[in-house]
Design a protein. Structure first.
Length: 554
């Protein structure tokens, strides 16, 4: 219920609400929930003032306040929220200011109450197993800097003794090191760049991203034909003579060591051929012996030519030796080329066959949607889009992954800024039902325009220059010293926690009972494009899962 103690209205909302500044609240108040002992749980406090007030303090009063943090939900520009022929499951399709970044509330500075606008606080409870089971009221008070109480609201969180199991899903959101160097104006792989990389990877790991795209060479992704992305290459290459090369792995070793420290479990080595067809080599630079670094391969290089094939024949055995030396055999994945279509079958087959000679013992995976690539044995780990996954499911492909990006904007789950958060979070239940082994998305922090033609300000350009639905290119924003989380990233992590909770329950009661519980009362079974759209259904279902876990472990 709302509380009015001054000129301030407040309302408790779930994490699935999106609060727009210029409209009434869409969602019903939610004032209680449940969480397992090691879960990250979020809710919101929406607020609206009838006059301008600055430096308002948001004060948390709770027995578990030490694990509670508060951020403000900021607004970003969405010029192109969605494509024109979208389905109806969007909040808005008009340009404007949309809620997404989660800004820290600094002590003393506080928050501003803008007259007549609904805004919200994002309240995170990061349980770490130290909180005893029980129900905990969490009161959030709004005070002036002089201590005058403006308003308050209370949310009750019941902490359950059972814990989530370790994440089994392999999850990658493509990490763009060059975008960090460009946005922050630092030299690639300078000490400043390494610190930024570390902070962004730490945030990734904290949100269930356990595989990191590793730029052996400048990643050949979303680059216009003939164009270049800034050089971001971990492998040092030296030209030793005509067609002969030596390789340095010091930077890769530093990368692996850093990722190990931060909890990264898997490495996907960057694509060794260009996107959309595997027709060319990625951009590769080398020390030519004269003290200068020059580009030796790129768009002008035929992927099937002897020069590049010879280069790979010299490089890949040494990379495999590095993998073995650092005990990465079970943690390494390779890419050929991103998103090949049937017209690229011949060039992809040639590239895949050449790589298999050297790295065939490791999984090779690519985002593609034509079943023929897998059927012909060209890729061990096909990653079909969620709206093209049916043939792979029907043929019982083992260790199946899926992905979505800009093209998945009709019916299936996605996380564009204009979409309701329930459409983001439902993925966790779908991944569980279909026993999906991995999930991939291309944009953790892509801060360029489409085809990497120019850098953008992600607070003002959320669609890569009118290319993709707003929010598709990234789920973190660049802050002054590191990443700013998005509302969408937090909700996606909730989906991953839902998946783990279902796996926990399965260990207790068996998969058949879990599936019955999951679809209890639904008119149709859950698929990737048929699922409940009501956020309250999702919240209630998760509480029901938690109750079952509690009842079967007590």
């Amino acid at each position: 219920m709302s509380t009015v103690l001054h000129p301030l209205e407040t309302s408790c909302l779930s994490s699935l609400a999106k609060v727009f500044a210029d409209e009434e609240l869409r969602d019903q108040p939610v004032q209680q929930g449940t969480a397992l002992a090691n879960e990250t749980y979020s809710f919101q406090i929406a607020y609206r003032s009838n006059r301008l007030l600055k430096h308002v303090q948001a004060k948390v009063i709770s027995a578990i306040s030490s694990v509670v943090s508060v951020r403000t939900v900021g607004l970003v520009v969405c010029e192109m929220p969605i494509y024109e022929n979208h389905d109806e499951d969007v909040l808005r399709s008009t340009p404007g200011l949309y809620p997404d970044p989660l800004f820290p509330v600094t002590e003393g500075e506080g928050i501003s109450l803008v007259p007549g606008q609904w805004r919200s606080l994002w309240v995170t409870v990061k349980l770490n197993g130290s909180v005893q089971p029980g129900a905990y009221p969490i009161k959030v008070q709004f005070e002036t800097k002089e201590g005058e109480l403006l308003g308050e609201n209370t949310y009750e969180l019941k902490v359950i003794a059972a814990s989530l199991p370790e994440q089994k899903l392999i999850h990658t959101e493509w990490f763009h090191t060059d975008c960090l160097a460009t946005y922050y104006g630092v030299e690639v792989f300078s000490e400043q760049h390494w610190e930024l990389i570390r902070s962004f990877i730490r945030t990734a790991v904290d949100h269930g991203i356990n595989m990191i795209l590793t730029p052996l060479f400048t990643i050949p992704l979303d680059t216009r034909i003939g164009g270049e992305r800034p050089t971001a290459q971990l492998i040092d290459v030296t030209v030793e003579g005509e067609g002969r090369y030596s390789f340095g792995f010091d930077q890769l070793q530093r990368w692996v060591g850093m990722c190990n420290e931060l909890g990264v479990q898997y490495f996907e080595f960057s694509h060794l051929f260009t996107q959309w067809g595997a027709k060319h080599a990625p951009k590769i630079v080398a020390n030519t012996g004269s003290g200068t670094t020059e580009k030796i391969f790129g768009w002008e290089t035929d992927a099937t030519g002897d020069a590049y094939k010879s280069f790979l024949a010299q490089f890949l055995p040494q990379l495999v030796s590095f993998i073995r030396e650092h005990s990465l055999e079970e943690r390494s994945y390779f890419h050929v080329s991103d998103e090949p279509s049937m017209e690229h079958l011949e060039s992809y087959e040639s590239a895949s066959n050449w790589l298999r000679q050297f790295v065939g013992e490791f999984p090779m995976m690519d985002a593609l949607s034509a079943y023929d690539f897998f059927e012909r044995g060209l890729v061990k780990r096909p990653i079909p889009a969620s709206n093209h996954i049916e043939p792979f499911l029907e043929n019982n492909v083992e260790d199946l992954w899926t992905y979505y990006c800009c093209s998945q904007y009709q019916q299936v789950s996605n996380r564009f800024i204009c979409m309701p958060s329930a459409r983001n979070r439902i993925l966790g239940l779908q991944l569980y039902k279909f026993q999906i082994a991995g999930f991939l998305h291309w944009g953790f922090n892509f801060y360029y325009s489409q085809y990497s033609r120019y850098p953008i300000d992600p607070y003002r350009v959320t669609d890569a220059g009118h290319a993709f639905p707003a929010g598709d290119p990234f789920v973190v924003y660049p802050g002054p010293d590191g990443p700013i989380d998005s509302l969408r990233l937090e909700v996606f992590y909730e989906a991953l926690q839902d998946l783990r909770a279902l796996q926990k329950l399965e260990a207790l009661v068996g998969r058949e009972q879990v599936l019955e519980l999951l679809e209890e009362g639904l008119a149709e079974p859950i698929t990737f494009n048929v699922y409940p759209r009501d956020p309250q259904w999702l919240l209630s279902k998760r509480d029901q899962i938690n109750t079952w876990i509690d009842n079967h472990t007590s």
